[in-house]
Design a protein around this ligand. Structure first.
Ligand SMILES: *Cc1c(COP(=O)(O)O)cnc(C)c1O
Length: 380
């Protein structure tokens, strides 16, 4: 065996074969890279190899894949570190929405910057400077848009209340320095990349099932947007899909009686008397920004919003609508919930449901079709 050569080539699938197996991630050229040096945060904008978006589209599959892989195989980061080995990392996901006037607006980005900082504190990393991150995100989206890397507003999105709308997805994540011992990260990077996301919403029955798995335990990391939490979420969601459902719903670790969250989204249930209940925030619930926005919109609509325990038995007996919230889809109305073989159907997907009403309101604000009366949108 000759060390240092790729003598095994031919045994592993080629990138081209992998692309046929998996989703092709195409990140935009400009990347924001911040790093803590023990005293302060230093930042740089990196322009990775690219053509124009049109030229990239025109490339054959193989050439396109080589280019986008090069952008995703971001160089000069340590392979062996606390993030890749132990899941000691956290991230944010937010979107910039194309507007009818051709501009791009981000939804409540200052909240994501604050949560990133709080997640890093939760992992005992030096927290990112929120203002530096905010400006880094804004500028990265702007630089990519200047190169043409951004979706353009399409009036056809209005026909389904922007459920088919595309957006810039912005992913910020912390990445530790080299290390293999069990340790905290003291000089992490915080990197921001962007990519286009199109319709996440798949019209259908949107059925959910409770999972036997436990996502978060008291005194654990459930409230932190950490990579480590996602292993259980991914397993539970995969199992739900294998059983013919769309989403897995987690119950609390202690009593196994209360609903906590979906696989990576917050949970809401509507009861007769215009009562909307969502699990109260505590250390096993991720404080979703969509969750917070929906609470505001629902109160404005005259609903009584209650943040409390939410027994699964109460949902199975009394709930008329249920939905989950998160940046990926905004609101996903659920058609039913099944728990221990017991199923309850909801009217969440009906045209005149409250879930659909809140969905239209939220998407409308995000895509500039409804007045932004809470000042949630920030121009890029
Ligand atoms: C990100 C996330 C959410 C949703 O948060 P948003 O800010 O609304 O995108 C909900 N639950 C979990 C576990 C999450 O990681």
């Amino acid at each position: 065996m000759i060390l240092g050569t790729r003598h095994m080539i031919g045994v592993y699938p080629t990138d081209h074969e992998v692309s046929k197996m998996a989703f092709k991630l195409s990140i935009y050229p400009w990347v924001h890279n911040a790093r803590y040096n023990g005293e302060t945060w230093k930042e740089e904008y990196i322009e990775q190899k690219h053509l124009t978006p049109e030229e990239e589209e025109a490339l054959d599959d193989e050439a396109h894949l080589t280019l986008v892989n090069e952008r995703n195989n971001f160089p000069h980061l340590p392979l062996v570190n606390y993030t890749t080995q132990y899941g000691l990392g956290c991230f944010e996901g937010l979107k910039a929405y194309p507007q009818p006037d051709g501009s791009l607006k981000m939804f409540r980005p200052e909240r994501n910057c604050a949560r990133m900082s709080s997640s890093m504190k939760g992992l005992r990393m030096p927290p990112i400077d929120e203002n530096l991150l905010f400006e880094g995100i804004r500028e990265t989206v702007q630089r990519n848009a200047a190169l043409g890397f951004t979706p353009r507003y399409d009036t056809s999105w209005e026909t389904d209340f922007w459920q088919s709308g595309a957006a810039v997805y912005i992913r910020t994540f912390a990445y530790s320095e080299s290390g293999i011992g069990i340790n905290l990260s003291k000089t992490p990077w915080v990197i921001t990349v962007c990519t286009t996301v199109s319709a996440y919403f798949v019209p259908g029955k949107n059925e959910a099932v409770t999972s036997d798995r436990i996502r978060a335990t008291p005194h654990g990391t459930g409230w932190i947007k950490t990579a480590a939490n996602y292993v259980t979420s991914i397993l539970a969601k995969t199992e739900a899909i294998e059983e013919g459902y769309m989403e897995a719903i987690f119950l609390d670790a202690t009593t196994r009686e209360n609903i906590e969250e979906g696989s990576s989204c917050n949970f809401f249930a509507l009861f007769p008397g215009k009562q909307l209940i969502t699990p109260a925030l505590h250390d096993t619930i991720l404080p979703g920004i969509t969750r917070d926005s929906i609470i505001t919109l629902a109160k404005e609509k005259g609903l009584e919003v209650i943040e409390s325990d939410l027994p699964v038995s109460k949902v199975l007996e009394e709930a008329v609508e249920c939905f989950v919230t998160g940046t990926a889809a905004g609101i996903t109305p659920l058609g039913s919930l099944t728990h221990k073989g017991r199923k309850r159907g909801f009217s969440s997907l009906d045209k005149d449901s409250l879930s659909m009403d809140l969905l239209k309101e939220l998407k409308g604000i995000q895509y500039g079709g409804v007045m932004d009366r809470f000042d949630w949108m920030t121009e890029v």
